[in-house]
Design a protein around this ligand. Structure first.
Ligand SMILES: [Zn+2]
Length: 270
């Protein structure tokens, strides 16, 4: 049974329920001889932890899943650890990583919308949907998502890859950028490629999408063909950009990412 999202708290407690608890942006994990696990209700009771701002996420294989926050002041007992979400790639099952990403975004949203952004009054959780309402002025807040595009630009037998300023040296990926108000996704693809590397693209077509909880993006992936221009990088964002053949790729993102799915599509289509 896949993950079934929901927001209404179940009426009864389940000792095996999974808890995706964050302290700042780090996920609480229980350690054992075989690695790490998502703690369950019974574990939290055993370690005497009572997380704040509990939210219901839905059920994974019938098991209730909760998101919550642990105050910064709580220190960890032996047998527990905190790990950044990216560090869980390859260590937790993929289903659990995506639920943790969902949890992280909802915890962050709940924490940063305790007060109305318009009038400053404390907000209240609504019961009929996942949102918060200001009882003073009526402003409703939903969990924030920032759509971003990510694009594989192909020129003959070569793929455009770039190294962003935020990447570790020598690490390359396909280009990505946030959608601006007033743009459609295709406009955004064309603008990002033009701004970051100075080339124009054509035949922009949809590839797929992926939630990306760093911090609250929805990555919408596209394929595009080179149309014109020579690479001229924007040094405020990009350190290096070049055309790569499938047999000569640099260091690229891990398999879980949609960036990698795009690169693998290019390699497999050769
Ligand atoms: Zn208000």
């Amino acid at each position: 049974m896949p993950f079934e999202p929901d927001f209404k708290l179940p009426a009864t407690e389940t000792p095996q329920a999974l808890w995706f608890v964050f302290q700042k942006d780090s996920l609480l994990l229980k350690t054992n001889d075989n690695g790490c696990l998502i703690p369950c209700s019974r574990d939290l009771a055993e370690f005497n932890l009572s997380p704040m701002r509990k939210q219901y996420l839905g059920a994974l294989d019938g098991l209730p899943c909760y998101a919550a926050e642990m105050p910064d002041t709580v220190s960890l007992a032996d047998g527990l650890m905190l790990q950044g979400l990216r560090e869980t790639f390859g260590r937790l099952e993929e289903d659990l990583i995506w639920i943790a990403g969902r949890a992280n975004q909802l915890v962050d949203w709940s924490r940063s919308h305790q007060f109305c952004g318009r009038c400053g009054h404390p907000t209240e959780d609504r019961t009929e949907e996942r949102s918060k309402i200001c009882p003073a002025c009526g402003l409703v807040n939903y969990p924030r998502l920032s759509p971003a595009v990510i694009v594989a630009v192909v020129r003959g037998d070569r793929l455009l890859l770039a190294s962003n300023k935020r990447f570790r040296p020598g690490y390359f990926s396909v280009l990505a950028g946030f959608v601006e108000p007033g743009e459609n996704l295709e406009d955004c693809v064309a603008r990002e490629i033009r701004e970051e590397v100075g080339i124009s693209v054509k035949n922009i077509r949809y590839f797929g999408s992926q939630p990306w909880p760093f911090p609250n993006s929805l990555m919408v992936a596209f394929l595009a063909d080179y149309a014109g221009g020579e690479i001229r990088i924007d040094p405020s964002e990009i350190v290096d950009a070049a055309w790569f053949t499938a047999d000569n790729l640099p260091a690229i993102p891990p398999r879980i990412t949609i960036a990698r799915h795009l690169i693998d599509w290019f390699v497999n289509s050769r």
